[in-house]
Design a protein around this ligand. Structure first.
Ligand SMILES: NC(=O)c1ccc[n+]([C@@H]2O[C@H](COP(=O)([O-])OP(=O)(O)OC[C@H]3O[C@@H](n4cnc5c(N)ncnc54)[C@H](O)[C@@H]3O)[C@@H](O)[C@H]2O)c1
Length: 282
């Protein structure tokens, strides 16, 4: 099978790498921070070991899966991939920098994807000389479990690029929905204002984190409440997404709750930092 490259090995990049390697793809993995790349390989190794111990995967398949994941020391090493997926910080400057690099090193026929939650694909694509090959491929968290992937063509994206992205998603055993290129696309346009409103309720003292989450879990049969979900997403990622939607629509309904900004300033980033709206000990 053809190679996929993942640029940015944080929460999402690591999980998408695992998902792609599980589906048989060779995965080239790059992060500008060497320790993040090493940590990503460690997390994938731990998951494979856990799956083996639980009898979900045999030893031979687990080792073969791990072998398909190839760490890269430099950006240039992603050049052989036919799909390159950017999973770096939710920040337009970082995204454009990565896409300029992709444009420089990637094969002419490569599809250049972004896992952005909210940023305009058209704006990202304009950092390259090949906007027709740029597309949003938005995985949900946790990527190895969630069924949906949003596919977002930018203004210049060709149908050929869309078809390559759809085929990739299908090969991962997932289902796509095609969304228009406006900030937040479909999923986050609905989800993020809901989470922000839950944070406002906490900020105003209308409920506790537990009661707000319980209302949504038991009242709507959701698997987790909005504040627990915010902690899982990462409060830094969430604030970046809301601010991007605020910038994109110039509409006060996307104003991030001051409490969310304060938590991020304090380093309370959710599960990944051990503290968000809840405290995590492992
Ligand atoms: N967290 C979620 O629940 C979630 C869900 C769907 C989509 N997303 C999107 O996925 C993307 C990544 O989010 P995340 O939560 O994995 O972030 P993260 O902070 O966990 O990881 C980002 C990684 O990108 C690396 N990076 C930053 N700039 C880079 C560059 N120029 N070159 C190479 N590596 C670079 C960082 O070192 C870091 O390891 C964002 O666009 C986010 O909006 C996140």
């Amino acid at each position: 099978m053809k190679a996929v490259a993942i640029v940015g090995t944080g929460l999402m990049g690591t999980d998408i790498a695992f998902t792609s390697a599980s589906a048989g793809f060779e995965v080239l993995l790059y992060d500008m921070a060497k320790d993040r790349l090493t940590a990503a390989l460690g997390r994938i190794r731990n998951r494979i070991d856990r799956y083996r111990d639980a009898g979900k995967i045999d030893k031979k398949s687990g080792e073969a899966l791990m072998k398909r994941i190839i760490p890269c020391d430099s950006f240039d090493e992603v050049k052989s991939a036919t799909i390159v997926l950017e999973c770096v910080f939710e920040e337009i400057g970082s995204k454009r920098e990565v896409f300029r690099e992709m444009d420089r090193v990637c094969r002419a026929d490569a599809v250049l994807g972004s896992n952005t939650s909210s940023i305009s694909i058209t704006e990202i694509a304009s950092a390259t000389n090949r906007p027709e090959s740029v597309i949003g491929i938005h995985f949900m968290n946790p990527a190895h479990i969630m069924q949906l992937v949003e596919i977002i063509p930018g203004i210049a994206t060709t149908r050929e690029t869309v078809e390559v992205a759809k085929t990739f998603v299908k090969k991962l055993g997932k289902t796509h929905v095609e969304s228009k290129d406006y900030p937040g696309f479909l999923l986050n346009r609905m989800l993020v204002p809901m989470i922000n409103e839950a944070i406002y309720l906490l900020y105003e003292g209308s409920g506790t984190a537990e009661s707000i989450d319980r209302v949504m879990k038991l009242g709507l049969n959701l698997p987790m409440g909005p504040l627990a979900l915010a902690d899982m997403i990462g409060l830094d990622v969430l604030v970046a997404v809301i601010e991007e939607m605020h910038r994109g629509y110039s509409d006060a309904k996307y104003r991030p709750c001051p409490m969310l900004k304060k938590y991020v300033a304090a380093g309370y980033l959710g599960k990944k930092s051990g503290r968000g709206f809840y405290i995590y000990n492992d």
